[in-house]
Design a protein around this ligand. Structure first.
Ligand code: ATP
Length: 249
């Protein structure tokens, strides 16, 4: 973004807190909440009392120095690994009290993921990659393919539907990954450095498409980034430092 370009928030559609789906809202109106999370890896303390609340439809950027615990917080929030202490709540459910089967059903059904590298299956076409989460949820092949192509159109990469990930550019591949994260209409999208491997123009495009699509489907986004231009697409920035969150939203 050039300095004279209006910031992305200027043209973003404001979100309404009343859009929160009542059935998935914890006390205090948050969809997802981390309370006093602690996590160690051997002698390293990754999280040291990190807390965060995310409202339905809200886009939150986690920022902070390298090694401060951002990715660990994102992984705990997504139920990918458990905290040693503290609690993650999704609506009125505690992730730590759920079985691993229930947690993975939650991840498949309600969450979407976008990472920096290597997330597309190289043997499948881009459309098949986007259709994959639907197929895993039992959607029939033809319907999954139809919805995948629709999602690729929304991300302006329908032309790569039949190509394999190795045949598309980094920016196109990342849009395909965003399409795959959105195709199940998740309530929360977790994105860890989603533009980290892209140049700034492609990074801006991916962020614009990701946030527009998330707002259109009222999905919340939890985003880890080092880049202030990427964080500018969020509604709120939370700084993680030494395993602690500096704000509690
Ligand atoms: N699987 C792991 N095994 C051992 N140590 C880990 C593991 N994952 C994270 N850590 C350590 O925990 C701390 C927090 O790591 P984390 O990846 O959460 O930080 P980060 O803020 O996301 O960093 P970066 O911005 O560099 O990606 C670091 O000291 C890291 O080395």
């Amino acid at each position: 973004m050039t300095p004279d370009t209006p910031g992305p928030l200027a043209e973003a559609t404001p979100i309404s807190p009343t859009a929160t789906p009542a059935e998935a809202t914890a006390e205090g109106g948050s969809l997802l909440a981390a309370v006093e999370l602690r996590k160690r890896f051997g002698a390293t303390t990754a999280l040291d009392g990190a807390s965060l609340r995310v409202a339905a439809g809200e886009i939150v950027a986690l920022m902070g120095p390298s090694g401060s615990g951002k990715s660990t917080l994102l992984h705990c929030l997504a139920g990918i690994f458990p905290p040693d202490a503290g609690e993650v709540r999704y609506g009125d459910r505690s992730l730590s009290r759920m079985s691993e089967t229930a947690r993975s059903a939650l991840r498949r059904g309600e969450f979407g993921f976008v990472f920096q590298f290597g997330q597309l299956v190289p043997e499948l076409t881009c459309a098949e990659n986007v259709a994959l989460p639907l197929r895993l949820s039992g959607v029939r092949r033809r319907e999954a393919q139809r919805r995948a192509v629709g999602e690729l159109e929304r991300l302006a990469v329908a032309d790569v539907a039949r190509k394999r990930p190795g045949e598309v550019s980094g920016g196109q591949g990342q849009r395909v990954a965003v399409a795959r994260a959105l195709v199940t209409q998740p309530k929360v999208i977790f994105a860890d450095e989603p533009t980290g491997a892209l140049d700034s123009l492609n990074g801006e495009q991916v962020m614009r498409l990701l946030t527009e699509a998330a707002r259109a489907s009222r999905a919340a986004v939890v985003l880890v980034t080092h880049d202030a231009r990427v964080a500018a697409y969020s509604d709120r920035e939370v700084v993680v430092r030494d395993g602690r969150t500096r704000t509690f939203g």
